[in-house]
Design a protein around this ligand. Sequence first.
Ligand SMILES: [Zn+2]
Length: 440
Amino acid sequence: MKHFLPFLFLTISALPAAEPDWPAEEQRAVEFLQRYIRIQSVNPPVNSREATALFKGELESAGISVKLFETNATGAVNLLARLPGRDRAKKPLLLLNHFDVVPVDPKAWRVPPFGGLLQDGWIWGRGAMDMKGTGVMHLFSLLLLKKMGIVPARDIVMLCTPDEETGGDLGIRAMIRDHWKEIEAEYVMDEGGFGSRDVFSPSKLVFGISVGEKQVSWLRLRAKGTAAHGSQPIAENANMILLEAIRKALNAPDRGRNSEVVERMRSALQGQLADNKFIRAIQSNTMSLTTLAAGVGNPPKSNVIPSASEATLDCRLLPGVNADEFLSEMKARINDPRITIERLSTPSDPGVSKMDTPLFAALRKAILTQHPSAVVTPILIPYGTDSVWLREKGVIAYGLAPMVIDAATVATMHSDEERIPVSEFRKGLHIFYDLLKSEF
Ligand SMILES: [Zn+2]
């Protein structure tokens, strides 16, 4: 019998790896997501203790080691889990997701915002899209790999952070600053892109993997005038000065510059880019007038001309645009000493992540296995994510929620109808599982 044993092992290892019991695993993941949505990890205030405990329990009972990093005393906890890979010399792949969600207005919701309700093929609730759904895909693909005895090509590290929605000071930025040795990833999979039948192209199923994002430049414009009685109009009305300045600020020349990423999208889609606010926003610098504040008294008096007035502009600049030049051009257009402009954010331009990598190829393959007719392309995204801090650190960052969602569903993010299709959540699990067990 002795001679048979090695032979038996050889035979077993030569067999194709078994597949997980998918219906059962998908069901477990759906139920876990429901439980996760029921945890009200609303930020502010930052508090991820309950969510951390939920994830930690699941990981440790599967035999995956977990480290917690408390970055303040009132509940900011980062969770780091590691599944060792075959080649320890290769730097890890980081799966990055955040525990926190934005606040809700419960009166505006048709369903309980923290109910995790399953209805008509949708999972409802704050965070379903941003980004508890993807977080659970990260977690379960890791758990499944472990359960199936699959050792990934390189270490896989999962980091769940407590404060992405308020800038990441206690989350990704603290981890990069104080605990980078624990991560030191070559790649990160983050939020950002998704699959859609209408957002990217009017006629094709497209999976857009984000490889770069626009720079965030928030500006406050302040006008200084003279206070007076509203019955007698004056030229030094701060509101009128501000209005004129805003008009000039928004009237920026369209440089029509097109990035390498948008060119890649155009060629992947054979020129058929959709025409909508997302696609327009990734092709130019944009400015939105987001706040206006003026008036004397509370409530403000209708018959008083105020001496000061202010507005904020949310400016988003394409990668490669010099934010200082953008600002000085705006000042030159306004050209009014009664206006001051203050920066409310520090724009960062780490550039665009490399697109021709083994990880991108593996991701494409995993997507096509579930969606054979899809076009997979790198995209730019108009909004900011934590990836910006990792790109600054030299990490190759890709953003993807591996689900097909239409423009109307994308728009439910941060809204009172946030939800994801259950069938797409299930497929997303397969995509991440296939990705993590592939060679890259
Ligand atoms: Zn998010």
